[in-house]
Design a binder for this molecule. Structure first.
Ligand SMILES: [Cu+2]
Length: 153
């Protein structure tokens, strides 16, 4: 019985420590920023997103990218968001191994939110018209989030 209650006490102390650690980490987590991709231009044909990334960066872990684009209709081209597997596929706009992130209707309204959880290069492209939006329309950019611990503001 004695050992059991001391084990319980230890686990209580441990969970209190965990809560304290989370409280310390929380303000940092809430400092994550939210970016509308392309700002007023949103996610569209012909905008230079590579320049946009340079202008807006650096990006940090847990920042959110918001992709906003109209669902397809008679006057608007459809757009989408895909993630390329590697730099070579990104360079050539080769969608064969790309992963769908957001379909043609998911950018409507408040847009589609993507949280940059991992500290790896994210190769975003529009996958419409067999990659033409990527090759000709400049609808592509790379974001490599830095550790949120490095945020200095
Ligand atoms: Cu597109």
């Amino acid at each position: 019985m004695e050992t059991r209650s001391s084990a319980a006490a230890i686990s209580m102390v441990a969970s209190a420590a965990l809560v304290a650690a989370l409280l310390v980490l929380l303000p940092q987590a809430t400092r994550a920023e939210r970016f509308v991709v392309g700002d007023a231009a949103r996610w569209t044909w012909g905008y230079n997103y590579t320049d946009w990334v340079i202008k807006k960066g650096p990006f940090f872990q847990n920042d959110t990218l918001v992709f906003m684009y109209d669902p397809p209709n008679a006057t608007v081209h459809a757009h989408s968001v895909y993630m390329m597997r590697n730099a070579a596929d990104y360079q050539s706009c080769n969608l064969k191994a790309a992963k769908l992130v957001a379909g043609v209707t998911q950018g409507a309204g408040a847009g589609f939110e993507f949280v940059l959880r991992k500290r790896k290069p994210h190769y975003f492209v529009c996958g419409e018209r067999g990659g033409i939006h990527c090759t000709m329309g400049q609808m592509k950019f790379i974001v490599k989030p830095k550790s949120s611990a490095c945020r200095d503001d």
